[in-house]
Design a protein around this ligand. Structure first.
Ligand code: SF4
Ligand code: SF4
Length: 135
């Protein structure tokens, strides 16, 4: 079972540094692929990336919550233009590079969010998206 990066990712890059098989890359273009993504065919499920994530965005693929209950304050991202995702998130990543996420919103305490679509998004990036050429 590979790990999956969910839309709680804020693209700061810590997971990519520790992956022993280099199967984590930033999704690009960010408008369409706002999170970092894990190639499920290359991931050896070692678990090293999961504790590195400061936003607890990484799960084993069979444990991605369909009803994630927000603590409040988490930033959820989506494709650019998604209704309700009206905030632009900016920061600096692990390497000092600027992060710009054009479609985000802040979760309210107790809000329930289905994170399982991320399973397919990670896979799709490497099969239908630009990830195949990127690896
Ligand atoms: S579980 Fe291990 S192999 Fe898979 S993405 Fe994370 S660090 Fe890489
Ligand atoms: S460590 Fe977490 S927030 Fe940082 S790039 Fe990886 S999944 Fe995204």
């Amino acid at each position: 079972m590979p790990r999956v990066i969910t839309n709680l990712c804020q693209r700061e890059g810590s997971c990519r540094i520790v992956c022993p098989v280099e199967c984590i890359i930033p999704g690009t273009p960010v408008d369409d692929w706002p999170t970092y993504v894990i190639d499920p065919d290359t991931c050896i499920d070692c678990g090293a990336c999961e504790p590195e994530c400061p936003y607890s965005a990484i799960y084993p693929s069979d444990e991605v919550p369909s009803a994630y209950q927000a603590r409040g304050g988490e930033i959820l991202c989506a494709k650019a233009g998604t209704a309700g995702f009206n905030d632009t998130y900016t920061d600096v990543d692990h390497d000092g590079e600027e992060i710009v996420m054009p479609a985000t919103r802040v979760l309210a305490e107790g809000e329930i969010v289905d994170l399982t679509p991320s399973i397919e998004l990670n896979r799709a990036f490497f099969t239908e998206g630009p990830g195949y050429a990127a690896l």
